[in-house]
Design a binder for this molecule. Sequence first.
Ligand SMILES: [Zn+2]
Length: 393
Amino acid sequence: MYETIPVGAQHVYPGPLGAVPAVTRTPNSKFSFLPWPSSQSASCHKYALALALLCLLSLWVSSAFALPPAPSTKSLQIYFIDVEGGQATLFITPAGQSLLIDTGWPGNNNRDADRIVAAAHDAGIRKIDFVLITHYHDDHVGGAPQLAASIPIGAFIDHGENRQTTDDITQKRWLAYQQLLSSGKYQHITAKPGDILPVRGIQVKVISSDGALIEKVLPGAGEPNPACANSAQPPADETENSRSLGTLITFGKLRILDLGDLTSDKEHQLMCPVNKIGKVDIYIASHHGFNQSGSAVFVHAIAPRVVIVDNGAAKGGSPSALDIIQSSPNIQTLWQLHFSEESGPAHNTGAEFIANPVGPDAANYLKLTANPDGTFATFNSRTKQSKQYPSAR
Ligand SMILES: [Zn+2]
């Protein structure tokens, strides 16, 4: 009696199209194939036949305790899935819940949905509890119908109405998403700044939604930002980008910021005259590292230690945006999902920190594993190497 299961946290996914690799094992393997302790076997031989049953029971218990240790359930896992310049970031919390921020692109023979499902299976989950849609552009909500057809989903979280109805593709994706919600299969949450989302195991606080921002300074934040003196308020962005549903995720001592494609006009309001968010440890670069976001007045104030850019080879990763990250005061490592062709060797990060270098796309991903004490590691599925980071606080 065998069942097929996806490989556990062995970092062997994905194939070029996100195929889910599989292994076979017996469902009751904890009772099979384990070496019988020799001392107990010897003692068993001394017993009469009448005691054989008791002896076997002892071995059964012993075998059960000889299981290899289960993967730590106290860590937070974050997969930065390569969806070619869109966003798809999967969080699996120590409480066993999952949160996916954005669904990548539509089409492409189910490419992005397959890659997300492969990451979910790699993490050992069969359902995504929460799918957060930052905004209604093609590269964020476009993959939602295909994903919903590929894996069970519990709830969708978004910022409310589409505000860019004049853009045909955006409106089309919004309508497809509305159709999905109208199926009645999913819970639906419309989030407002200041809300705490109901994800167990991490705190997910809404910073921005539908163009509105947190009004109050977060606890521990509120430092004046000297860079504001030389930074004018940028003109208002009129697209869905500035409506992005952005969140601050707190896990133990770690603070992780993801603001979707939030633009520099909103960044200025969050950072001037005082820094309302405070410093963060990990910043998921806004807008794939495009230079309409990730302004110096913002990035240098939140002062991340680690930045992950979900850029494509020819989408995001602007030279000036990468330079701003690299010159940030506390920066230790800039990680990128792709080598940015526009930026060239002078502006891209080091080769070991890039999941997909120049060449045929291999859908390599980055994975961050965080512990409540503030230590964490980032794994590059291409190099199979991890980099460890100590706690900052
Ligand atoms: Zn985008």
